[in-house]
Write a protein that binds this ligand. Structure first.
Ligand code: UDP
Ligand code: MG
Length: 330
């Protein structure tokens, strides 16, 4: 039977939350008038998540388990789900029930009735997030919108519904370290949005430590804009003007006979110019590094297992050949 809706869920060490997720998601999915599959992408969990998923699968035939060989990160896990999804529509949501599954129904209705390609889930109320999270998120979206000129919705995370055309377009992108919440709006496909209230995590703890948030920000900025490179140019110009000013000052001072050795100004100038140069080299390095990664074309995830085919991807189900590893860029 053709699948109409794929629900993609990245899972990383979510053993506590998975049973709750199943209890809440299943009635919702069953209530939709669409043939569906739920694809949980186990992002190399080290807890009992894979065991819990297999147990849930026993009496939930629509549940599909895709396991990555190693932890590849939230965005890469979603990309793996998009690459394996079969539905005409694909919804991506977090495992921790912060994105209420009940919103899938209005999303699907909006997509069908308005004929749009993307329906964004927009967080109308973030009062359940910590103040730090809210503040950092707001700054994050503002900076990226300004730098990149993309029309990413503020407060739209990774809870969204996409049409087959959108998913195919994303899968075809050669880009690595793609940040989907900016890649999707950048496609510019017709879209709608559904507002929802973001709940608190149902169980377990956040899998997004500060380091991962910083990496996401860097990927977002460098993935969408060369503005930081321009920033380096401006800094260089500014440094040049300052240096010229200093030169004039030094000449005047000399002419007036204030020939005190300009130790302070020398130190300031050297330090200032050095700092600007280091900063610019650093910015260049970010981009050069990314070009290098692209040239290596190293996949961002490896699929180890897919319950749909039994073993590794492409394997004939039930055949006892060793599981092969499929990889795709994300
Ligand atoms: N996640 C993942 N790989 C990771 C980190 C997180 O697949 O390396 C998943 C996680 O299981 C969850 C979603 O991404 O389903 C969002 O993570 P989390 O809820 O911890 O982030 P937060 O809501 O705190 O930003
Ligand atoms: Mg969460």
């Amino acid at each position: 039977m053709p699948v109409e809706l794929s629900i993609v869920i990245p899972v990383y060490n979510e053993e506590d939350v998975l049973p709750l997720l199943a209890d809440r998601l299943r009635p919702v999915a069953e209530g939709l008038d669409a043939a569906y599959e739920v694809i949980t992408v186990d992002d190399g969990s080290t807890d009992l998540s894979p065991v819990v998923l297999q147990r849930l699968r026993r009496d939930w035939p629509q549940l599909r388990v895709v396991r990555l060989r190693a932890n590849a990160g939230h965005q890469a896990a979603i990309s793996a789900g998009l690459a394996t999804a079969r539905g005409d529509y694909v919804v991506t949501l977090d495992a921790d029930l912060q994105d209420p599954p009940e919103v899938i129904a209005p999303m699907l209705t909006a997509a069908r009735e308005q004929g749009v390609d993307v329906v964004y889930g927009v967080r109308g109320d973030r009062s359940t997030d910590t103040a730090f999270k809210r503040l950092s998120a707001r700054a994050f979206y503002r900076v990226i919108r300004t730098l990149s000129g993309t029309h990413a919705q503020v407060d739209a995370g990774d809870y969204r519904l996409m049409s087959r055309a959108t998913v195919d377009a994303i899968n075809a992108l050669p880009e690595q370290h793609r940040v989907l919440r900016f890649v999707v709006p950048a496609l510019g496909f017709p879209s709608a949005s559904v507002t929802y209230r973001r709940d608190e995590r149902a169980a377990g703890t956040s899998k997004y430590p500060l380091a991962k948030m910083i990496r996401l920000s860097l990927d977002s900025v460098t993935g969408f804009s060369t503005a930081p490179l321009r920033f380096a140019t401006w800094l260089g110009l500014l440094g040049g003007v300052a240096a010229f000013g200093l030169l004039l000052y030094a000449l005047v001072a000399m002419a007036l006979g204030h020939t005190l050795p300009g130790w302070t100004s020398t130190v300031v100038a050297v330090a200032g110019v050095g700092a600007v140069q280091l900063l610019c080299v650093g910015i260049l390095g970010e981009y050069v590094g990314r070009m290098y990664t692209h040239l290596q074309a190293r996949p961002t995830y490896f699929i180890a297992y897919d319950s749909l085919t039994g073993t590794g991807p492409g394997a004939v189900s039930g055949a006892d050949e060793p599981a092969r590893t499929e990889s795709r860029r994300a």
